[in-house]
Design a protein around this ligand. Structure first.
Ligand SMILES: Cc1cc2nc3c(=O)[nH]c(=O)nc-3n(C[C@H](O)[C@H](O)[C@H](O)COP(=O)(O)OP(=O)(O)OC[C@H]3O[C@@H](n4cnc5c(N)ncnc54)[C@H](O)[C@@H]3O)c2cc1C
Length: 480
């Protein structure tokens, strides 16, 4: 298989900002122009009318973790706080989709969660708990009688798709709606407020508005940070060094957020875990073009021949591949109804990395991953098995860090009590929460109105022993 590059920002796509002079004073400096930093700048400039906002990044905007995103979104979370947070983010995205004539191609085919479990009482109870505040009619269990009113995922138009969750327990309905799924799939949970966007286009759209409102960006690496009367940023630029003074600072440095916080002696409870995806042309038509983003929820053993299994078990480095692997293998068609590509992912890695500046040098970028994820996908979409024997001739393999807290909740709020803030730990959900995260970070910076969940998403949650114990004991942390 030939590997091809993906996830890079096309040249010339981003215009240069008006120059930032050698010694500059700004109101708010944001370190990081990934989707977290850009969304923060967007809400600062547009909603709070902040006049002097500077984005600092050593790379082009949206070119690090944010360029690796699968760009999927969902309001499906095991906890009501994260449901409220993602629902708000989706509302804000819908607002932007409306006002921009959907320049970032928001769709809403849903998420189809497939399981072989016959008894899904626990999963349904989790849905009721998570969606409790969104209304009683949000969870519709389809056992046969109520099949007629189930709206098929035919149109991915976000304005026409229903809300809530359809729990498909009827075999006939599952076979008719998801003919690509393996026949041992007993139940499908169809999350309706879910789909995909173009994160790059969303970032570009926000950048245009930031520029129009007078916000600026500088290509520079933050080397040091001090706090006296102001935050003093020591920057390395392509032609030397520069000092910027800022009244407020936002750490939106993605995988490097811990390093930026450490410059002002703050420790962040985050780790970086590398996760991968592949994309390839589905020349054999294994994945129907109208398939929603689909996830196999079940733990599984991959299908190896007896001989292959023995060889794996005899190799201490590979033995794990012959053992039970976690659920979460996912697949979706890429490029719309007329496209041919598919994307596959499986966030099974749990090893913590020290983040590399060049993602292609991450030792966890594993050349066995394409075969592993195709084998995983074949367990619930059997037609994928064809690609085990005859792998796709061209494919794109890429990866990036899930920068995450142990409980897999983000960190948005004050970093110290002098004017530094964090918008980070966005794990595998940064594109979908970007709008709510940016809006929340901007409100913290400007002293604006804060939503009810703001404390829970900030560092202050670690003082709430009850919440932390609930989160640490939860078996489902919403990692995909
Ligand atoms: C494989 C993969 C698939 C994913 N799929 C999805 C998905 O389907 N849906 C979803 O919602 N999310 C997904 N995510 C998660 C999402 O991509 C991230 O949460 C999000 O991109 C994080 O954005 P960020 O702005 O925090 O970080 P980044 O995009 O990494 O931005 C941080 C920026 O800070 C800059 N920086 C760091 N340190 C410094 C410094 N010292 N000086 C100057 N600049 C600095 C970096 O150059 C970088 O540009 C996925 C992630 C991965 C890895």
């Amino acid at each position: 298989m030939d590997r091809i590059e993906s996830g890079t920002v096309p040249e010339g796509r981003l215009t240069t900002e008006p120059s930032v002079s050698a010694e500059t004073r700004v109101d708010i400096a944001i370190v990081g122009a990934g989707i977290a930093g850009i969304a923060t700048a967007y809400y600062l400039c547009t909603r709070h009318r902040a006049k002097s906002v500077l984005l600092v990044d050593s790379r082009q905007p949206m070119s690090f973790t944010s360029a690796q995103s699968g760009d999927n979104y969902r309001n499906w979370w095991p906890h009501p706080t994260m449901v409220a947070f993602t629902n708000h983010s989706i509302e804000l995205m819908e607002e932007l989709a409306r006002e921009s004539a959907n320049v970032f191609r928001m769709t809403r085919g849903g998420y189809a969660l497939a399981t072989r479990r016959r008894n899904i009482d626990e999963l349904v109870a989790e849905l009721h708990n998570a969606y409790a505040s969104t209304g009683d009619d949000q969870i519709r269990v389809r056992t046969g009688q109520s099949n007629e009113s189930y709206q098929l995922p035919e149109s991915k138009n976000w304005e026409r798709a229903p809300d809530g969750v359809d729990v498909l327990c009827s075999q006939s309905l599952i076979r008719k709606t998801f003919p690509a799924f393996s026949e041992d799939i007993e139940n499908v949970i169809h999350i309706r407020r879910a789909g995909d966007i173009s994160g790059q286009q969303l970032g570009q759209y926000m950048l245009q508005h930031i520029r129009a409102a007078g916000g600026r960006k500088i290509v520079a690496k933050l080397r040091g940070l001090e706090h006296g009367q102001h935050y003093v940023l020591d920057l390395e630029t392509s032609d030397g060094t520069q000092t910027i003074r800022a009244d407020s600072l936002v750490d939106a440095a993605g995988p490097f957020a811990g390093g930026v916080a450490a410059m002002i002696d703050r420790q962040l409870p985050v780790a970086n875990i590398f996760q991968q995806k592949i994309a390839f042309e589905d020349t054999r038509g294994a994945v129907p073009r109208n398939l929603p983003f689909s996830i196999d929820l079940d733990e599984k053993q991959l299908s190896w021949s007896a001989e292959e299994r023995q060889l794996l078990l005899d190799d201490s480095e590979l033995a794990w591949l012959a053992q039970t692997l976690p659920g979460g293998t996912h697949c979706r068609p890429e490029g719309g109804e007329r496209g041919k590509w598919v994307k596959l992912g499986w966030a099974y890695n749990t090893d913590v990395s020290s983040p590399q500046e060049d993602l292609a040098n991450e030792p966890m970028l594993d050349n066995r991953f394409p075969e592993i994820v195709i084998r995983g996908a074949a367990e619930f979409i059997p037609a994928m098995a064809e690609y085990i024997e005859l792998p796709p001739s061209r494919f794109s393999q890429y990866g990036g860090y899930y920068t995450m807290t142990e409980e897999n909740w983000p960190l948005i709020g004050p970093l110290d009590n002098k004017g530094a803030f964090i918008n980070g730990a966005l794990s595998g959900f940064g594109s979908m929460v970007a709008c709510a995260a940016g809006s929340l970070a901007a409100a913290w910076v400007c002293g604006g109105d804060l939503p009810s969940y703001s404390k829970q998403l900030s560092l202050a949650r670690y003082e709430d022993a009850l919440l932390m114990s609930e989160l640490r004991n939860s078996h489902n942390k919403g990692i995909l």
